[in-house]
Design a binder for this molecule. Structure first.
Ligand code: FAD
Length: 457
């Protein structure tokens, strides 16, 4: 019969690891970490490509230089990981049309302003809608939302894509930028972003020569079933193992919660299911292309460029990796949502063909073919089902509360439970800390209740 631990943590991404660290610091170390894949890190994931280490998932430390220190920036500084400053606000001055001409900066600035005004207008309408919906107790029939965009031309669509899929800071204050600052730094270290997790894990798990050897971390353990009650939780994995604990911390992504990977017995209550369903999942795909030599511009203000096409999001946003890895001759193009899903479903050869046609529009027919391509598939990864949570800009506090509220002895964590920083590495990190603190408080109360009832006996 399985031995019972204090806590099982499901998922060893940054939130699972930070949750385990807080428990260990508070003397709770009979913890088991069950991770479905063969590595820790989750959406922090490096891979060797074109001779360097590229980040398939999180790549930036977002929010640096502000009134409060970003905890991830501090962890990076402590671990000595190499980063480089990266400023994509310049991208709007490097917008190419389909014949390879750069739009004059005046047109780019005017279009940018038009896109910002349009986004502000949409926000106002949404705010009004939310106010009236609250006022009418959720009776949404009484309000008409008109958010049809007036942005139609290729350059308008390209800037709209950049604004909505990368920035938003100029439209609505983003907590990350308000608290931690507006600078962004890219990880440029062969050890990868997930090295921060190894450094953190070293404090409480047994490691040797860069490998975690501690038997409390169990890799390749795909959790499929959670039986829960007010007394404890039993967890069953795909390979037929059973683990029991007083409590579970569940750190799987919102995409996984929306899928049928996990079965709950009894099923999750309605309020929880509704909160999970309401949360949007963003798919964000960085496609890496390796070339025999550089044919793009580089130097100050040239790290990013944009391709304006009549289809919104069609190979729009490009970056060269020369700042992070000089001489690497790698370009990265970012696709999102429907374009990501479309590309995930086709062969990499087809994607390479499409990307090369775009680059030949921009730089002419004589550029060399890419010699290698890497296409991550976050949407089809059954342990992810998307890239990160995407809550509406206007937050609904009850929704957030329900996303993270425990059910019996299952505590929820992960970037999607971070009210201020969802979607970011620091959101994942801070959510793990918050969840463990809430669990420690619950354990303390439970102990008190037990000793009170023993005194009565
Ligand atoms: P995860 O890292 O997803 O950890 C959850 C873990 O649970 C995973 O390891 C998974 O394998 C495991 N799991 C899932 N199902 C099961 C199961 N059934 N049983 C056991 N284990 C299971 N953030 C930034 O701050 N800056 C960026 O530049 C940035 N860019 C991004 C780009 C991409 C392409 C992606 C995908 C994400 C990006 N993010 C970025 C977001 C950031 O990566 C996440 O917010 C953060 O890493 C999430 O951590 P987490 O612990 O909540 O979840």
């Amino acid at each position: 019969y399985p031995s019972r631990s204090s806590v099982i943590i499901i998922g060893a991404g940054i939130s699972g690891i930070s949750a385990a660290k807080i428990l260990a610091e508070n003397g709770v170390d009979d913890v088991v970490l069950l991770e479905a894949s063969d590595r820790i890190g989750g959406r922090m994931r490096k891979e060797q490509f074109g001779g360097v280490s590229v980040e398939l998932g999180a790549g930036w430390i977002s929010g640096v230089g502000g009134p409060q220190p970003n905890p991830i920036w501090e962890l990076a500084a402590d671990s000595g990981i190499r980063t480089c400053f990266s400023d994509y606000s310049n991208a709007r001055f490097n917008i190419y049309d389909r014949s390879g001409k750069i739009f004059p900066s005046g047109i780019a600035s005017d279009t940018y302003q038009k896109a910002v005004d349009s986004a502000i207008q949409t926000l106002k309408v949404e705010e009004k809608y939310c106010d009236e919906e609250n006022h009418n107790n959720g009776d949404s029939d009484s309000v008409q939302i008109e958010t049809t965009s007036t942005l139609k031309t290729p350059i308008e669509l390209a800037i709209d894509f950049m604004l909505h899929d990368f920035e938003m800071a100029e439209v609505e204050p983003i907590s990350t930028y308000v608290d931690f600052g507006e600078k962004e730094f890219m990880i440029a270290d062969e050890r990868g972003y997930d090295y921060l997790l190894y450094k953190m894990a070293q404090d409480f798990l047994f490691t040797s020569e860069g490998t975690i050897l501690d038997t409390r971390l169990k890799l390749n353990k795909v959790v499929r079933e959670l039986q829960h009650s007010r007394n404890g939780v039993m967890v069953r994995t795909e390979d037929g193992c059973v683990y029991e604990a007083n409590y579970v911390i569940l750190s799987v992504s919102i995409g996984v919660l929306q899928s049928d990977l996990l079965a709950f017995d009894p099923p999750l209550p309605r309020w929880k299911l509704e909160a999970i369903e309401k949360c949007d999942v963003m798919v964000y795909t960085k496609i890496f292309l390796k070339f025999p030599y550089k044919f793009w511009q580089s130097g100050p203000g040239k790290e990013f460029f944009i391709y304006a096409h009549e289809r919104r999001g069609y190979y729009t946003f490009w970056q060269h990796m020369g700042n992070a890895y000089p001489g690497s001759n790698i370009l990265v193009v970012t696709l999102t949502n429907e374009e990501s899903k479309r590309v995930e479903a086709q062969s990499d050869e087809e994607t390479l063909r499409e990307a090369m046609a775009v680059l030949r529009d921009i730089f002419g027919p004589n550029i060399p073919d890419a010699i290698d391509i890497l296409v991550p598939r976050w949407w089809n990864n059954r342990f992810q089902r998307g890239s990160y949570s995407n809550f509406p800009i206007i937050p609904n506090l009850e929704h957030f509360h329900n996303i993270k509220a425990p059910v019996d002895r299952i505590f929820f964590t992960g970037e999607h439970t971070s009210e201020r920083f969802n979607g970011y590495v620091h959101g994942g990190y801070l959510s793990g800390i918050d969840t463990s603190k809430a669990l420690l408080e619950e354990m303390r109360k439970d102990k008190e209740r037990k000793s009170e009832s023993q005194t009565l006996l």
